[in-house]
Design a protein around this ligand. Structure first.
Ligand code: ACM
Length: 507
């Protein structure tokens, strides 16, 4: 397709032809939703009402038409076709998910003021006439939000879901547990949130931090996200990054006499789960609750950065390795992950894990290689499905520039260009590796971001670039920058204060 700078959609659609003229929405505009299209219609109504006051009542002769149409099956589950003329807006897709993506396109085609959360009367609510045929490059387009290092209220997580949906991202990966905090209640283990959900301070700042979700909040979040076509994928970290759980239940550790507190430092902690039966029982019970609350087909089991120090020193771990016929404590990691994954599989779910090397995880895992993209290729050639999460292009906890005013982050810089250059399945990879790439996701680790404003400053505009690499087959940096310039007006209408070359970082 040719570029259409006057219609700056992010992510860029697969193909678009712009025509003269505009369609105008007003109080009399009605919407006809065919069978199966009602949820998408409701989402558009809900999205437009606060700013525009337009209600889009249902009517058989409505000039906005939403239809499920099996003839568009070639576009896949999330593809859609959109035609806007001066007389009508027709959105069609083979599946409801495709209609939900089309709703986000409609939101972006309207004036940015339509995205505001309060009345913006006096604007002409018009859309350019055009024809779009669109479909995603990858089925997994996500963002991980680390609510373990810093808890965020459920209301904020819902806003974050809205921001993902606007960019046609379809997975919210919630990092619910880590050394510094456990945020999900498990009825059989109440101390996980009571004790594991609060820590004395963060990296020497002297300020206590605490928070956890109720089961009802998580259930409501899942439903809220599902209405927007976003799956919530929970992560429970094991066997490392588990110190908050060890603080709550010392018998899960390798030296039960030791009393630990949720960790107050950042980094890789040496305290890890033990490998005795009580730990396996614990993990199974936790996963029973997790799969009860979260219906997503995948559950993330962590798996990264598990120091062997404690297992090497533990007679019980040595005995476990011998009993399982393992060559030594190092092999306990794969054994642990395989054993817990078997329980998840028995519940009808699929295990995910971070991969430190691309080669350490057993067969059933879909892996997220986070160090080197080459690890992704290696894992894919071994037969794993992969979700690309390399830190150099997807870790949004790195500063966005070397400017001295940039907020503190991990050491290094990940600029907008680096995020845009993320290629989840590079052209030089073997077809059998490419076939295993499910997609990619951004990582919002929150050691250095405790407030929504700080999170959004880190996420934007880099998340826009990530969304484009996950959705679009087009690679055109100048075109992206041009569209982003206009897209910033939408973000501003939503109250997002991301980085621009001239902004002072949010407090
Ligand atoms: C990771 O950054 N340890 C997944």
């Amino acid at each position: 397709m040719s570029r259409h700078p006057e219609v700056p959609l992010v992510p860029r659609p697969d193909s678009m032809t712009v025509q003269p003229g505009r369609f105008t929405l007003d109080d009399r505009t009605a919407l006809r939703a065919g069978p199966g299209a009602e949820d998408a219609a409701a989402l558009l109504r809900e999205a437009l009402a606060p700013a525009t006051g337009i209600r889009l009542p249902p009517a058989p002769d409505g000039r906005i038409v939403f239809l499920l149409d099996p003839a568009l099956g070639d576009l896949g589950a999330e593809g859609y076709g959109l035609t806007v003329s001066t007389e009508a807006v027709v959105l069609r897709a083979a599946r409801p998910e495709g209609l939900l993506r089309g709703v986000q396109t409609l939101r972006q085609l309207l004036p940015p003021a339509s995205l505001a959360d309060g009345p913006r009367r006096g604007t002409a609510w018009t859309l350019p006439c055009l024809r779009i045929t669109d479909r995603p490059r990858f089925g997994w387009r996500g963002a991980m939000l680390d609510v373990a290092r810093h808890h965020q209220p459920a209301a904020y997580v819902r806003r974050f879901v809205d921001l993902l949906a606007l960019h046609k991202l379809n997975v919210l990966h919630l990092h619910l547990t880590d050394d510094q905090g456990w945020r999900m209640p498990v009825p059989a283990y109440p101390r996980l949130t009571e004790v594991g959900g609060r820590r004395a301070e963060s990296d020497g700042n002297g300020l206590p931090h605490e928070g956890s979700y109720s089961r009802a909040e998580l259930v409501a979040l899942v439903a809220y996200a599902a209405r927007r076509g976003v799956a919530v994928v929970p992560e429970i970290e094991m066997p490392g990054h588990a110190r908050a759980a060890l603080a709550a239940y010392p018998h899960l550790g390798n030296s039960p006499g030791t009393r630990l507190q949720p960790w107050t430092r950042w980094g890789v902690c040496e305290n890890v789960f033990g490998v005795h039966d009580a730990v396996l029982d614990f993990c199974r019970t936790v996963l029973d609750e997790v799969t009860d609350v979260f219906p997503a087909p995948y559950v993330h089991l962590g798996g990264d950065e598990c120091p062997l120090t404690e297992w090497r020193a533990s007679p019980a771990a040595g005995a476990r390795a011998a009993a399982e016929g393992l060559p030594g404590p190092a092999a306990l990691h794969g054994w642990f992950m395989r054993t817990v994954a078997a329980h998840l599989t028995s519940l009808g779910r699929r295990p995910l894990a971070w991969s430190d090397t691309g080669t350490e995880l057993p067969a059933p895992f879909t892996v997220l290689p986070w160090r080197d993209p080459e690890h992704g290729r290696r894992a894919a050639l071994r037969g794993h499905d992969v979700i690309m999460a390399p830190f150099r292009s997807t870790y949004l906890d790195y500063p966005q520039s070397a400017d001295p005013g940039e907020p503190r982050g991990q050491d290094g810089v990940l600029d907008l260009r680096a995020a845009y250059d993320n290629d989840p399945a590079p052209a030089h990879w073997e077809p059998e590796a490419v076939r295993h790439v499910l997609g990619t996701q951004a990582q919002l680790w929150t050691e250095y971001a405790s407030t929504p404003a700080q999170l959004e400053y880190l996420a934007f505009p880099r998340l826009c670039a990530l969304a484009e690499t996950a959705w679009s087959t087009h690679r055109d940096w100048p075109d992206f920058l041009h569209r982003l310039d206009r897209h910033r007006t939408r973000l501003a209408a939503l109250g997002v204060r991301g980085r621009t070359p001239h902004t002072v970082p949010a407090p």
